[in-house]
Ligand binder design. Structure first.
Ligand SMILES: [Zn+2]
Length: 228
């Protein structure tokens, strides 16, 4: 029996007009394999604003906790995919990476290691500054402010992953693997003079949360991902 976990949006009210959100449909329902080999079925429920006079009653809100567990189109968890990308970037052989994952219960062919790397590595080399400009401008125009989802995952050998997404579309604005303790990449996304209204991110118990908070404007509302 594969356990099922059901996720709802972290917000209960519309970020645009404040009305209650209501359930619409299941946005995704898939099995994800995590980095210790265990498999869980993850359901992500979509909600929308209940106010028909809202500026965007058609927007579907989902759980960013569920979204960040996995990249779109994959059944391996984000952590597994990131390890593949990171070790390939460090020129580890695909056999060594497949062996390393097999040792923790994740079966993957060496050919699949290459395919995943080729498909996902472009996310780490894309023009994120252009994406910031386009997404921030779009959110300012449509939603009267900037709403972000920021994930941070500690990789095992002194590196850290950051992903910054558009809260409304879940589109990736930027993905970065940096040395642990180097937070300078956040300066490109967060500034006191930007109209950042809400950030959904890791829980405040983590040091990285303070680094995000101190760069964001004073009035930014913070919401935490659910504990997985
Ligand atoms: Zn609304």
């Amino acid at each position: 029996m594969i356990p099922t976990k059901v996720y709802k949006p972290e917000i209960t009210n519309c970020p645009l007009c404040g009305a209650k959100l209501k359930y619409r449909y299941t946005v995704s329902d898939k099995k994800i394999q995590f980095s210790h080999g265990e498999i869980t079925r993850i359901k992500n429920l979509g909600y929308s604003c209940s106010n028909m006079d809202c500026t965007h009653p058609e927007y579907i809100y989902v759980s960013h906790t569920a979204r960040k567990m996995c990249f779109k189109g994959y059944t391996y968890s984000s952590k597994i995919l990131l390890e593949i990308i990171h070790y390939k970037q460090l020129h580890k052989s695909r056999d060594a990476i497949a062996d390393m994952l097999a040792s923790v219960g994740v079966e993957i062919s060496d050919r699949n290691v290459d395919i995943i790397y080729e498909k996902l590595n472009p996310f780490f080399t894309m023009d994120y500054k252009k994406n910031i400009e386009v997404n921030y401008e779009m959110m300012e125009r449509e939603c009267d402010g900037i709403f972000l989802s920021i994930d941070s995952i500690h990789l095992d050998d002194g590196y850290r992953f950051f992903s910054i997404r558009n809260f409304f579309t879940s589109d990736t604005i930027g993905c970065h693997i940096v040395k642990n303790g180097d937070y300078s990449i956040l300066d490109d996304y967060l500034r006191k003079d930007l109209n950042i209204k809400m950030i959904i991110t890791i829980r405040p118990i983590f040091d990285t949360f303070d680094e995000i908070k101190k760069r964001a404007p004073e009035n930014t509302i913070f919401k935490a991902f659910e504990k997985i």
